[in-house]
Design a binder for this molecule. Structure first.
Ligand code: FAD
Length: 407
């Protein structure tokens, strides 16, 4: 939320070159880049450190993003522990179609649970690079983001007092439910939104993967997905009505439905296990354009949400963070504002590319169960083209890997 001026009882504000709101992958990457250049910054996070280090979400990271982390000294543990994936599998009408994308591109995916990446980034930022971070803050507010002296205030979790920090720049990295986006829309930026009209039941099972790769099942009962996360944990998705109650999906129903929708000739049986996460995502996406106002720059889900259809959100958050971190360092240490002035347009080119791919893929996943024979026929044609046309296959591989442009 944007407030006109700091709270009257706030005491004297302190100064910090950069305040980063949110300690997700975007905010922590920006903070690490700033600290590596010797720039002081303060990260504000509403949750506790233990909570963010355990919050499971993404797992599939594109190769260019890992190389970007590596160049900034942030991928050592990831490179030791992540799995690499070179293929995915489509299942349709009881058939299996294996798609080897590395064979076509020479690139691969890394699979590394997001909470492990967040743990690595917090450790590096706070414990190694000496970055300042406040956990458990409440009621974060932005003040005068368009002025030369924007500030951020928050309620200190210990004392309950409002603290004010004046900054040269504010990075809004507080995700889809944060407060910084409100400083841009509706007056300053446009919010473009797309609803897919379906829900996905997002599941984490305490069970080893049932295949060595990601599996996409297109079925008249709805889409189903299988995504290995670690040797002991597997993510599954089941298409469901938007707004469905996870309580409608007890253990037996989930596994029966997964077996049905992912079933195919010669497919190994699913390895079942206890469900440790069950929540319904209403599949939608949005993009805020432009992603900056004055000295406030949004990054990651704060600026754009990509429904997890093509596993792109974390990758986009990292892409923004690399550009924003480098742009802030150039501006604060060399007075070079060119990176920041081109920031929004450069980010948005990749954002829209990924949005369009997710929409294309979403239609292939959901068309079969739409109840509309026209959409079902078109979805099948999309799928067939991947196996019949080397050109279509190469294009899909490039887009699935985000390999067209480099980070
Ligand atoms: P977040 O990770 O949301 O971090 C924002 C941080 O800000 C949080 O720690 C939050 O607690 C904090 N915060 C919120 N409000 C405030 C406030 N007012 N003040 C201070 N702090 C605040 N993406 C992929 O690329 N690959 C995948 O395989 C993939 N799978 C996914 C599966 C699921 C089930 C989901 C839900 C998402 C998936 N994503 C995937 C998307 C990915 O998780 C997100 O895009 C990613 O977390 C975005 O990072 P971020 O740093 O922008 O935001």
């Amino acid at each position: 939320m944007t407030a006109p001026s700091p709270h009257p009882n706030s005491g004297s504000p302190r100064r910090c070159p950069a305040v980063v709101v949110g300690a997700g992958p975007a905010g922590l990457t920006v903070g690490n880049i700033l600290r590596a250049a010797g720039v002081d910054c303060l990260v504000l996070e509403t949750e506790t450190r233990a909570f963010i280090e355990r919050r499971p979400r993404a797992g599939v990271i594109e190769e260019w993003a890992v190389r970007g982390l590596e160049r900034r000294g942030l991928a050592r543990t990831l490179l030791e522990r992540a799995q690499t994936h070179t293929e995915c599998e489509f299942r349709f009408a009881g058939e299996r179609y294996r798609f080897g994308y590395t064979e076509l591109t020479g690139r691969h995916h890394f699979v590394y649970p997001q909470q492990f990446l967040v743990t690595d980034l917090v450790r590096e930022y706070a414990d190694v690079r000496g970055g300042e971070i406040r956990f458990g803050v409440r009621d974060v507010r932005l003040h005068e983001p368009e002025s030369d002296r924007p500030s951020v205030s928050y309620l200190d979790p210990g004392s309950g007092e409002r603290r004010v920090v004046e900054a040269d720049f504010v990075a809004g990295c507080d995700g889809a439910r944060g407060v910084t986006r409100a400083a841009l829309v509706p007056e300053r930026s446009r919010l473009a939104r797309h609803d897919y009209g379906v829900g996905w039941l997002a599941l984490l099972a305490e069970a080893p993967p049932s295949s060595d790769c990601v599996v996409f099942g297109m079925h008249p009962r709805g889409f189903a997905g299988h995504m290995p996360r670690s040797p002991d944990v597997t993510r599954y998705y089941l298409q469901c009505p938007p707004g469905d109650d996870p309580e409608n999906w007890p253990h037996e129903r989930v596994w029966t439905e997964l077996r049905e929708r992912l079933g195919a000739a010669g497919a190994p049986p699913l390895k079942e296990g206890r469900l440790i996460e069950r929540r319904v995502l209403d599949m939608h996406s949005y993009v805020v354009e432009p992603m900056a106002r004055g000295r406030l720059f949004l990054a990651g889900d704060a600026a754009h949400l990509t429904a997890p259809i093509a596993a792109k959100g974390l990758n986009l958050a990292l892409h923004d963070a690399f550009l924003l971190g480098d742009g802030l360092v150039a501006s604060l240490t060399k007075g070079d504002g060119s990176g920041l002035s081109g920031y929004s347009a450069t980010c948005l080119a990749r954002v829209w590319d990924y949005q369009e791919f997710s929409q294309w893929l979403g239609e292939m996943y959901h068309g079969t169960a739409s109840g509309d024979p026209y959409r079902a026929g078109a979805a099948l044609a999309r799928l067939r083209r991947l196996s019949d046309s080397p050109v279509a296959a190469a294009e899909f591989a490039e887009r699935y890997l985000g390999a067209r442009t480099t980070g």
